[in-house]
Design a binder for this molecule. Structure first.
Ligand SMILES: NC(=O)c1ccc[n+]([C@@H]2O[C@H](COP(=O)([O-])OP(=O)(O)OC[C@H]3O[C@@H](n4cnc5c(N)ncnc54)[C@H](OP(=O)(O)O)[C@@H]3O)[C@@H](O)[C@H]2O)c1
Length: 328
């Protein structure tokens, strides 16, 4: 079977597509025929050896995919051949077939496509966990989403709006801001050309925002934290800008505010039942038409570099997916 391979750590240009031996389901695993695999920012970090979970070459990258179960390993009773599922792991999804833990699979409702299903775990799972369990976002609150047109950012915009919040989307181009309005943002700020703090002050009549959703880090984090309202919550999602910022500790004190860490992968391990409930609720929202993940790039396995490029060059709006078996 064909698979993207990382034979040595480095950028996407060092990856290849190779014929490798088809996987066999070990005990507790299933093998999926992959129909869509979602590309996430951490995929760029993993192939460079920069992600918190390290993979030793040679390996097949890819955290999540949706497809059809073709083999069931010993001890797996919850799934059978022919089931449509979405799944996540640490590596392996960018291939025609993927051996993955049965416990990391969730059944796809019939009305959810493979492409949509492949976006629901990492990006939507993270944003829902962040807003629901970590920020305890309440209806009518105001949330600022940084990097709002990207994968987790656009999921936070959609989910925040679905939870009844006023969503202020901040991104780096006017085209991205138009996109954010089309998925539920009420207000937008271009942080490349505008003044984030000044515009937030104006938009909230000086009160500040209740929640900051921050997948960017760098210089933007402190500016956003300083724009929190009393008892605000700043969600630490990631550091797409590259720098892990520091925060003067007088800032949380002065605002009665909280700096709240979010690690979806660890949440799925520590609170699997709660994660399953979250994912079921996300699929319900997709079926009801409340959530509709936008996929701005769909690529065949051989064109995987184009998908990585969209992430690297910051052109993704919504999600980008690989489709090893197009047309399915
Ligand atoms: N905590 C968790 O559990 C969890 C789970 C999944 C992902 N994450 C993290 O969330 C972050 C975003 O992931 P994603 O998959 O949503 O990525 P993405 O789709 O590539 O979006 C990232 C966004 O960040 C902005 N950005 C700012 N500086 C950037 C830079 N130097 N390079 C690239 N983008 C930059 C870009 O928007 P503009 O061009 O508009 O600025 C881009 O749209 C990553 O750090 C990832 O590791 C965390």
């Amino acid at each position: 079977m064909r698979s993207v391979r990382c034979n040595e750590l480095g950028g996407p240009d060092q990856l290849t597509v190779e014929d490798v031996e088809a996987p066999v389901a070990a005990a507790g695993q299933v093998v999926l025929e992959v129909r869509a695999a979602s590309v996430n920012f951490p995929d760029l970090l993993t192939i460079r050896g920069l992600y918190q979970i390290k993979a030793e070459p040679p390996f097949t990258p890819g955290f999540e995919a949706a497809g059809v179960v073709t083999q069931v390993g010993e001890g797996v009773t919850r799934l059978k051949s022919g089931d449509r599922v979405a799944a996540f792991g640490t590596v392996g999804a960018f291939a025609e077939q993927w051996a993955v833990d049965a416990g990391a699979c969730v059944r796809l409702p019939d009305d959810v496509s493979f492409a949509t299903g492949s976006t629901m775990l990492v990006a939507y799972g993270t944003s829902y966990h962040a807003l629901k369990q970590r920020a305890e976002l309440r209806q009518g609150e105001t949330i600022l989403v940084l990097g709002a047109a990207g994968g987790v950012g656009s999921a936070a915009v959609e989910i925040g709006a679905a939870m009844g919040a006023r969503v202020i989307a901040a991104a780096g181009s006017d085209e991205k801001l138009d996109f954010c309005r089309s998925i539920g943002a009420t207000d937008t700020i271009n942080y490349k050309t505008g003044d984030l703090r000044g515009e937030l002050k104006e938009l909230t009549d000086g009160r500040g925002v209740d929640v900051v959703y921050d997948p960017i880090g760098g210089d933007m984090s402190e500016l956003a934290f300083r724009s929190l309202a009393w008892e605000g919550r700043h969600l630490v999602i990631g550091f797409a800008a590259g720098d892990i910022p520091s925060l003067p500790l007088n800032l949380p004190l002065l605002k009665g505010a909280s700096l709240v860490g979010v690690f979806w992968g660890a949440f799925t391990q520590h609170q699997p039942a709660e994660n399953r409930r979250n994912v079921a609720e996300l699929f319900d929202m997709v079926s009801a038409g409340t959530l509709a993940p936008r996929i701005s790039g769909r690529f065949a396995l051989d064109d995987f570099r184009d998908a990585y490029r969209m992430i690297e060059e910051r052109t993704v709006m919504g999600k980008v997916v690989l489709e090893p078996a197009p047309g399915s």
